[in-house]
Design a protein around this ligand. Structure first.
Ligand code: MSP
Length: 555
């Protein structure tokens, strides 16, 4: 079946100003937690970074989608357990996600719900496309079904837990024997195509460890998979076009959301297809790395350009779970640490290839050390009345600049500043946000050192003024670069920093990262120069236990 994939044009041909980034869509069976927010801020940072690279004059398409996954048994069950009609329940939790992303300032262009009308049209059209190409057949199906994971599992994917109950070996969730009539998808026909797609680009699935997992998976022959459920069992779903007694399998329904946001099945959709990068957690790798490309290839469509797979957050080194009462609600933590503080922590501390550990002690330490003491303090010192009574971004004085350039501390700072754009660009392109921050913090430390060593407060009187102003101008140049570079990670905080420095909106792009020795004084904006207040926690004995939400969740 390899020919199928060869008929579809190669991803690598897509033009560079096109950016289509997606998050998984989130189950509405419980309130959002910090892990969900992580998927969203990663995608947001990628989307914002792509935006920084675009010339404002060049026409560009940018799509960034997120949303909620609302069909299926477990949503039905969650609504029933809250005694709320299922549509009302979905609306409530979906609104919580929408609110979360608004609070954390994600710049998505579409928030899709699988209960949206255009999505139902897309799912049914996609089904018809699979059917028309002979990829669907009907059969009596029997197997072990795992409701929390919404999937049938084979014997090898099962184990017995401590209580002797059959569970999924992967997730630990219980399974039950189910016999029913199902429509099947000929996944087995697409083994070679999927393999070819994965191998078609060096960094198709990143980090590489996840690509290896997929390749290992493909060592075994792929079985055909069930893609419908009897409506009598799963009524909360999209109807199979040819058979109203069946609902479309929730994973097929959910994956099609990416097509819906691109405009499928309208003709214009092809201009928007395929996504450049799809962000997802490691638990849903098989669905995105095997089923999804197979579905697309079967329907004659190009699979996504790249999958970025991230690991999970644990809390104090424990898996987040309702039963451990350790589920972290980002909105609640934001009261203490601010929304931007939490974004910063997640992207600064999280690495895609390994699980990250959330701890309140660690977040306070990082935010205080980096955002308050290193970045914030430098800005306040430059803008404060003591050193900068005229409240300006001063012009450099050439004689003073020459003298300062002779100092090792200045050279060190400027070397780092000059090499910064290329270095961090690569880190962004490889999704290593923690390395972006590392580079910026390293430069800020060197700048603090420059500031301490050149001691502008000692430049007294009219004779000292040119030197004082040159020190401030150089420091503010570092801060301008910091503001531009950190926009994808902490957009509001960076915006505040650039506003204070009076940097015009049109001058906040990647192309503006050129070291300039300011030639003309300009006023600072009349805004607060306190970027990030130090977090002071009450003494240990009076710290109230953080309130943890009871949420129903599959992990
Ligand atoms: N609805 C499916 C996805 C369908 S996409 C076509 C789903 N939803 S989910 O709500 O369970 O998970 C959404 C995302 O949150 C996934 O990327 C998942 O990996 C991520 N996370 C869930 N728990 C997480 C952590 N503890 N840490 C980091 N991310 C986590 O799966």
């Amino acid at each position: 079946m390899l020919e199928n994939f060869k008929l579809i044009r190669s991803f690598c041909s897509k033009n560079r100003s096109f950016s289509f980034v997606t998050t998984p869509i989130f189950y509405v069976n419980a309130a959002p937690h910090i892990g969900h927010l992580y998927s969203a801020v990663i995608a947001d940072a990628i989307h914002r970074f792509n935006g920084l690279l675009n010339e404002p004059t060049s026409p560009s398409t940018t799509i960034f989608s997120t949303g909620t996954d609302e069909h299926g048994t477990k949503i039905q069950q969650a609504a029933a357990s809250h005694s709320v009609p299922v549509a009302t329940y979905c609306q409530q939790i979906s609104d919580q996600y929408r609110g979360l992303f608004k609070n954390f300032n994600t710049a998505h262009t579409r928030f899709i719900r699988t209960t949206d009308q255009d999505h139902a049209v897309a799912v049914q059209s996609f089904w018809k496309a699979l059917d028309a190409t002979g990829n669907i057949y009907s059969t009596q199906y029997a197997g072990w079904y795992c409701i929390p994971d919404e999937t049938f599992l084979t014997e090898t994917q099962l184990k017995e837990n401590d209580q002797g109950v059959k569970v999924s070996a992967d997730s630990g969730h219980p399974v039950e024997w189910t016999e029913e009539r199902n429509f099947m998808f000929r996944l087995s026909h697409y083994q070679d195509d999927v393999l070819h797609w994965i191998k078609g680009c060096e960094d198709r699935v990143v980090p590489t460890k996840f690509q290896k997992i997929l390749l290992d998976f493909l060592q075994e022959p792929l079985p055909d998979i069930s893609i419908s459920r009897p409506k009598a069992r799963v009524s909360w779903g999209i109807e199979v076009p040819s058979d109203p007694s069946q609902s479309v399998y929730v994973w097929l329904d959910a994956l099609v959301n990416y097509l819906t946001v691109a405009g499928y099945p309208n003709k214009e959709f092809r201009q928007n297809w395929p996504p450049t990068v799809q962000v997802l957690g490691k638990d849903i790798l098989k669905f995105h790395g095997i089923y999804w490309p197979a579905f697309l290839i079967a329907a004659g469509l190009e699979p996504p350009g790249q999958l970025l797979v991230h690991s999970h957050w644990t809390v104090d080194n424990q898996k987040m779970s309702k039963s451990k009462f350790n589920v972290i609600d980002p909105n609640e933590r934001a009261i203490r640490y601010t929304n931007e503080g939490i974004r910063y922590f997640l992207l600064r501390e999280g690495v895609a290839h390994s699980d990250g550990n959330y701890s309140d002690t660690k977040i306070v330490r990082i935010l205080n050390a980096e955002l308050a003491d290193t970045l914030g303090n430098l800005l306040s010192r430059c803008c404060g009345k003591v050193l900068n009574p005229g409240a300006v971004v001063p012009a450099v004085d050439h004689a003073s600049l020459e003298a300062l350039l002779a100092l090792e501390v200045t050279q060190k700072m400027l070397d780092l500043l000059n090499e910064l754009p290329d270095k961090v660009r690569l880190h962004y392109q490889q999704y290593n946000f923690h390395l972006v921050v590392d580079c910026v913090v390293h430069l800020l430390h060197a700048t603090n050192n420059f500031f301490e060593t050149t001691a502008p407060w000692k430049c007294k009187g009219p004779d000292g003024k040119p030197q004082l102003e040159t020190i401030l101008a150089l420091t503010m140049e570092v801060l301008r670069h910091t503001g531009i570079i950190l926009q994808p990670i902490v957009p509001l905080l960076s915006g505040q920093l650039l506003d204070k420095l009076n940097v015009a909106d049109r001058c906040r792009l990647w192309r503006d990262l050129e070291v300039k020795f300011n030639q003309e004084e300009r006023p600072l904006a009349n805004l607060n120069a306190v970027l990030f207040r130090r977090i002071v926690l009450p003494k240990p004995e009076t710290v109230p236990e953080p309130r943890t939400k009871k949420v129903k969740r599959k992990n």
